[in-house]
Design a protein around this ligand. Structure first.
Ligand SMILES: [Zn+2]
Length: 668
């Protein structure tokens, strides 16, 4: 008998197995060997008489739904939501499945049917450390109070097993903890997920993951942080992810679902027995939800095989006979289940409601998105602002790299720093903020190396390379902006010694100026104070990207037209348009615009364009006296200084904040 997959008998506290003591629970604290050891306890369990219940059978036998949380209180019946049977089997300890991903609409019974059954079963039958994460600690607290506490009270078999605890002597409000012999339930908000830093977890539930914060400060994605907590139990750990999806580009549950075997629930037609998934369809499809004369109360389902209208009364039987079919069967240990409200049990969300809500929402993208997410259980694809790169390429002009067309008055560069390379864009600027791409490319080398300056010397050589102006003379690069977000001190050291370079740092908040006021950075990487510290210039990346995208998309821009050389490769255009400017709606329906970069896409060309624009503003792009610049260029041509390296000194006041302050004399 494989002891690993056997159920242990009911676990009751005994004097030799006391409740766990105070203090932040860690795996070492709460699972004192040999009182509880996952493998050993499995072996012991194998020697004892065993009820041998898998999770669906356990739920049918023991689970009670509390009167306070549902009108269908009392005995839980898996049969009521038959689509839960398979995911529950995957959560059972004897199943080898490790990841269970559920993409769901609202009101399908997943939180109770999967998450809560999983926790209660574990405490009752297979004690293990469990962690549940909800989007915020407030939601976690509400969940414990309204669901878990009431379920415990309603289930006689759980009485005396679970006790409340809290992390640390000082009560930590961000940790909700319940202990039982051999394990615990911990509940956290995703915004305080780092509180689980020192805890080892066997059963992990991530509920409503599309509502999680994307980043936890500098620590990264909370989902990645938390998943690592199961490493110590990797052989038996289970991770359950559930959520209603959001937008296609940003939905995390959808991204996780795509990594699974991607199952859909097939139900048989009561008339022809043909198995099919239930879908919305459309006015022209010969399957799906249909209704007469705009009256949603007449809604029935049209079978895709025999084209008979199926009244909803058949739904219960169809659900009972349904089965999950994977569309990506080569994946074995990660199972994904997608559901819509079409499968909602009879008496919950009806097909008429599905039709009515569709009629109410289909004309308005915002409402339609809610319908897609909360009823169809599908991510919504938004158009979003994203210029079409092939259209830009078709607009390219017959001039070469390292050549500045006639109206390019001065040149700047933007540099994005990656670990193994520097991405560079060199741009010419003219009247009305018109601009020309002069060069795009990369220089390779270890940018983190504080000893070798090889890659930086290459950059210096590149930026010093002469640019031929259409009128015959040469233009220098007047200012180069280098991103200092990574390898900060290496960038500072490089910029410190060179007057035509500036260190910049992106600010992604909306409403920031493209180039803000600089601050002095006086400390090097060893923490020593440096004389004449570098100036760090903040760059409003959101504002700059919006400006660039508006200009790229405008067919005949009155201002700021961007020109491309025929020499620019496809990759430049792809990177320039890699990001999508999308609206994300929060749960209250408020839309927030944000930049979204699809996974595995590169966007350095866009970043470099932003920095080159910031450098142009530093030089004086917004206040330049263009008549003077162009007259100067004509004079240069007339004097036939073909090989001139004379810098074209702009006549506008450069962007220099010191000049904004009156002198002491003026203040008197
Ligand atoms: Zn049929």
């Amino acid at each position: 008998m494989n002891s690993e997959y056997n159920e242990s008998p009911a676990h009751k506290p005994t004097p030799s197995n006391p409740p766990i003591g105070e203090g932040l629970v860690t795996a070492q604290h709460c699972i004192p060997f040999p009182t509880y050891h996952p493998i050993l306890s499995g072996i012991i369990a194998g020697l004892e008489p065993d009820e041998d219940l898998n999770m669906p059978d356990w739920a049918d036998k023991y689970r009670k739904l509390p009167r306070e949380s549902t009108h269908e209180y009392g005995d839980y019946r898996v049969k009521r939501t038959p689509y839960m049977h398979e995911p529950l089997m995957c959560l059972s300890p004897r199943s080898p499945v490790k990841n269970i991903v559920v993409v769901k609409p609202t009101q399908i019974g997943a939180t109770d049917g999967l998450g809560n059954n999983f926790l209660l079963y574990t405490a009752h039958k297979k004690p293990r450390p469990c962690l549940t994460i909800l989007p915020t600690v407030e939601l976690a607290r509400r969940h414990v109070k309204s669901k878990m506490d009431k379920s415990l009270a309603a289930m006689e078999c759980m009485h005396g097993i679970i006790r409340d605890a809290h992390g640390g002597k000082k009560r930590d409000e961000s940790i909700l903890l319940k202990e039982f012999p051999g394990g615990f339930w911990m509940f956290l908000g995703a915004n305080s997920a780092s509180a689980a830093r020192s805890v080892s977890i066997c059963n992990l539930i991530l509920d409503d993951v599309d509502g999680f914060v994307m980043e936890l400060g500098d620590e990264g994605d909370p989902i990645d942080i938390i998943k690592k907590r199961t490493d110590a139990f990797s052989a038996i750990a289970k991770i359950l992810l559930m959520s209603t999806p959001t937008t296609l580009e940003t939905s995390r549950i959808w991204a996780e679902f795509l990594l699974t075997d991607q199952c859909y629930y097939y139900v048989p037609c009561p008339f022809c027995d043909h198995g099919q998934t239930l879908q919305l369809g459309g006015p022209d499809t010969d399957y799906g939800l249909k209704w007469k004369d705009n009256d949603p109360d007449t809604a029935q389902y049209l079978c895709e095989q025999c084209h008979t209208l199926i009244p909803e009364i058949h739904k219960t039987r169809m659900l009972e006979q349904g089965k999950w079919i994977p569309t990506n069967p080569k994946v074995k240990l990660s199972r994904g289940f997608q559901l819509s409200s079409f499968y909602s049990p009879y008496g919950w969300v009806s097909w008429s409601v599905m039709a009515k809500e569709f009629l109410d929402s289909y004309k308005e993208p915002r409402k339609l998105k809610v319908y897609y997410n909360t009823r169809l259980g599908l991510p919504f694809e938004e158009r979003g602002q994203q210029p079409e790169w092939t259209l830009l390429k078709n607009r390219s002009e017959p001039y070469k790299y390292w050549y500045a067309p006639e109206h390019a008055g001065f040149v700047t560069a933007g540099v994005d720093v990656q670990r193994n390379r520097l991405a560079v864009v060199i741009k010419g600027w003219g009247r009305n903020e018109e601009s020309w791409l002069i060069w795009w490319g990369e220089v390779f080398g270890d940018t983190t190396d504080t000893e070798s300056t090889d890659v930086w010397d290459q950059l210096d050589g590149l930026i010093s390379r002469p640019i031929t102006h259409a009128l015959g003379f040469e233009l220098p690069v007047l200012c180069t902006a280098i991103d200092s977000s990574d390898n900060t001190h290496v960038v500072y050291n490089f910029v410190r010694k060179r007057s035509k370079y500036i260190a910049i740092k992106g600010q992604s908040q909306t409403g920031k100026p493209i180039l803000g006021r600089p601050t002095k950075q006086d400390v090097n990487y060893k923490g020593c104070v440096i004389k004449d510290g570098v100036e760090l210039w903040p760059v409003g990346t959101d504002t700059a990207k919006r400006t660039i995208y508006d200009r790229l998309e405008a067919e005949t821009p009155a201002h700021g037209r961007i020109h491309f050389t025929l020499d620019a490769p496809d990759d430049y255009y792809r990177q320039l348009t890699a990001e999508k400017h999308v609206t994300r709606y929060d749960k209250f329906g408020f839309g927030h615009k944000e930049w979204f970069l699809p996974k595995h896409k590169r966007n350095e060309a866009l970043d470099c364009e932003v920095y080159a624009l910031a450098a142009a503003i530093k030089v004086g792009l917004l206040h330049m006296n263009w008549d003077n610049v162009y007259t100067h260029h004509k004079n240069l041509k007339e004097r036939k200084i073909q090989e001139s390296t004379t810098p074209i000194v702009p006549t506008a006041k450069p962007h220099n904040t010191r000049q904004r302050y009156p002198s002491k004399y003026m203040r008197r």
